[in-house]
Design a protein around this ligand. Sequence first.
Ligand SMILES: [Zn+2]
Ligand SMILES: [Zn+2]
Length: 240
Amino acid sequence: MTNTNWFSKDVISDRLTRICEPHVHKFFQANMFHVVGKDADLVIDFGMGLANLRNELHIPSGKPVFAVATHVHVDHVGSFHEFETRLGHAAEAEAFARMPDASTLADYFRTQPDAVNAADPTGVTPETYEILPAPLTRILEENDVIDIGDACYTVLHLPGHSPGSIGLLDQRTGEFFSGDAIYQGGLVDDLPGCNIEAYKVTMTRLSKLEVDVVHGGHGEKFGNARLHEIAKSYLISRNR
Ligand SMILES: [Zn+2]
Ligand SMILES: [Zn+2]
């Protein structure tokens, strides 16, 4: 398999592309997003790191790139180290610097039967898999803003799935990148590092957030009504 074939690309608009790794087991198949901005590009999440992501984005040399990890889980940070300017939440800053299994949960991938269904271009096998450290160069907190020239993204701290989970919201257009805080499909709140009480607070917030479109950490995009529906059904299921 070539580096390029490892990824699939879904062109959502002339400024937004979603990238996936179709040969990775579905539990670890996460979305990566590339937003082309006027002054800088934004890359959100970094897959498994089983191929070089950066080369596939064809970013003009010299153009600034903000690489933002929504959280430190294995399926979102593999290629984070390929980028120079790395942003993530303060609550996971230490984890990004060392990538310990206790935070990334990479041990789940190593022991996953059929973790990949094709040989990856780097020749790494699940058994020998390691995540390269990617210390943050800018630490994010609630309400910080990432400006790419023609769009600004506000950081929302959305803990629960993990302590440092964040979302990025363009408050002008309502475009919302939500990471694993919310997406269509089975949400995860029972792994090490998850906190159901914190997740309930996050879901209460998301049940009232007004957006135009949500691009989640997994699965297909969805709209405002679905956002509220998913958040409310989580709250019902966890308040029983
Ligand atoms: Zn996750
Ligand atoms: Zn994930």
